[in-house]
Design a protein around this ligand. Structure first.
Ligand code: ATP
Length: 449
């Protein structure tokens, strides 16, 4: 339901309107001054503002201009006093949707509000289409990497893109599943239509059902109006369902029907709706195992995995790490950190040695964190988060129980503590500096630059 902001300094008028709008099912915010109103607009996702003219700290007519300049999709309706023509005219010039006359136009308020909200929705839809048409979604050229595994994934995704077949993207978190989904949409004939994404793991069962399929008014207590679900919103476009493995089993049945017949029924409705939507699903779970455990339906799996694309974890495409690091460095230094021009080979080398459980997302974060502490023109090992400054024990396949590995780990920790200062580390370890050097070499402990 829409978020409406009420700007009115007269308490009783404000309470009356607030009650009326709340009963309609809107989420109502209220403010008694221009300043408080603008603050709410900045912090909440407001769709519509109902605004009085005379406010203690300024004029509602000016507030309209201020809001419209910053948030073009918000519609504003001015509440004026009877006979206040100049303010009404100026309000429209400032971008108001319309005006109503206080106390005289009560029966006009709701129809006007619904019209304005329809406008908000339309404008947002147009913006979304323009965004799609302008190619703002990722495309295959934007997918960085030349390793065999990523090239294979790109080739398969490119082949699947122009078809209407569902695609299943499998990969760990941060491997680029959403980027691939967007690129497939961009390379398909649907690219001027909507691309919508939903994370199935982010909702309770009831909410997910209503998000996906929509509901009829009265379907449950808070359903005061009919609502379209994303499946319907994405008609003729692409719907990307992330974390599909998290979809509860009874929704899986309902969703399977969409894939099989292109039809579904809204929550609380009996009427069947037909849609033409391309489904791209993704998961980091092992769906075959989930099937064996009875958590994922086998029939849905076979419908979804017509085209299955495996997105490799970053540690399996080490050669792409410097490319990606360079890409993020260039991107992040466009607007900030402009003094940083590159990275040292040792920095790139250390990135390649990490195992990147968070994959590309983690790599990007590490580059950003390193930029934050870099005052020179090159990123070097010192700028890395401390846990990345030393080569990990994991990569050297030494048992965690043998004495040598315990000693190695201890030396690493002390060096981290002294920020690479070897003289200080030797002192703390109670050994000579020459011994420390020997052990660093023996254990292959990466030194700070
Ligand atoms: N090949 C790539 N080239 C450039 N940037 C990429 C690439 N793949 C992913 N990214 C970037 O990495 C980040 C993570 O990608 P994305 O959100 O697509 O991963 P995901 O697999 O969907 O993650 P999750 O499973 O956690 O939702 C994003 O910032 C994305 O822009």
């Amino acid at each position: 339901m829409a978020n409406v902001l009420l700007v009115e300094d007269e308490q009783d008028v404000r309470q009356l309107l607030k009650r009326m709008l709340s009963l309609e099912g809107f989420t109502v915010f209220d403010a008694g001054s221009c300043k408080a109103a603008f603050n709410i607009v900045e912090n909440e996702n407001i769709d519509l503002v109902l605004c009085d003219v005379k406010l203690p700290d300024g004029s509602g007519v000016d507030l309209i201009r201020q809001i419209k300049a910053a948030y073009q999709y918000i519609e504003i309706i001015l509440i004026t006093a009877y006979g206040n023509i100049p303010d009404s005219v100026q309000a429209i010039k400032n971008g108001a949707f319309d005006y109503i006359i206080k106390a005289n136009d009560n029966e006009r308020i709701l129809p006007l509000l619904y019209r304005a909200l329809e406008n908000v929705k339309l404008q947002k839809r147009v913006a979304q289409l323009e965004k799609a048409a302008a190619g703002r979604y990722a495309n295959f050229d934007a997918i960085i990497g030349h390793s065999t595994l990523i090239e294979e994934a790109k080739t398969l995704a490119n082949l699947a893109a122009p078809t209407n077949a569902p695609v299943l993207l499998l990969g760990e978190t941060g491997t680029g599943k959403e980027v691939f989904a967007q690129a497939i949409h961009t390379a398909s004939k649907r690219n001027t239509k909507t691309f919508l994404g939903l994370n199935c793991g982010a909702f309770s069962k009831e909410l997910l059902e209503s998000e996906l399929f929509g509901h009829k008014a009265g379907a449950f207590t808070s359903a005061s109006k009919d609502k379209k679900g994303l499946i319907e919103e994405a008609h003729e476009g692409t719907l990307f369902l992330d974390e599909i493995g998290e979809m509860p089993p009874d929704l899986q049945v309902k969703f399977l029907r969409v894939l099989e017949t292109g039809t579904f029924i809204k929550v609380g409705d009996t009427k069947q709706i037909k849609v033409n939507v391309r489904i791209i699903a993704a998961t980091n779970r092992n769906l075959q195992q989930e099937i064996q455990e009875g958590k994922f339906r086998e029939d849905l799996f076979y419908r979804l995995n017509l085209v299955t694309i495996h997105l490799p974890p970053l540690r399996k495409r080490q050669q792409d790490i410097p490319l990606l690091a360079d890409f993020f460095l260039k991107k992040l230094t466009q607007d900030a950190y402009q003094h940083v021009k590159g990275m040292t080979p040792a920095f790139a080398d250390r990135l390649q040695q990490n195992d990147w459980r968070g994959n590309i997302r983690e790599l990007r974060n590490v580059i950003e964190r390193s930029l934050l502490v870099c005052s020179g023109s090159q990123l070097n090992v010192d700028h890395l988060p401390v846990e990345l400054q030393y080569t990990s024990l994991k990569s050297k396949s030494i048992s965690a129980f043998d004495l040598a590995s315990v000693e190695r780990l201890h030396i690493q920790r002390v060096l981290q503590y002294t920020k690479g200062n070897k003289a200080q580390a030797a002192k703390l370890l109670n050994i000579g500096i020459a011994t420390l050097y020997r052990k660093i070499e023996e254990y292959g402990i990466g030194a700070l630059e």
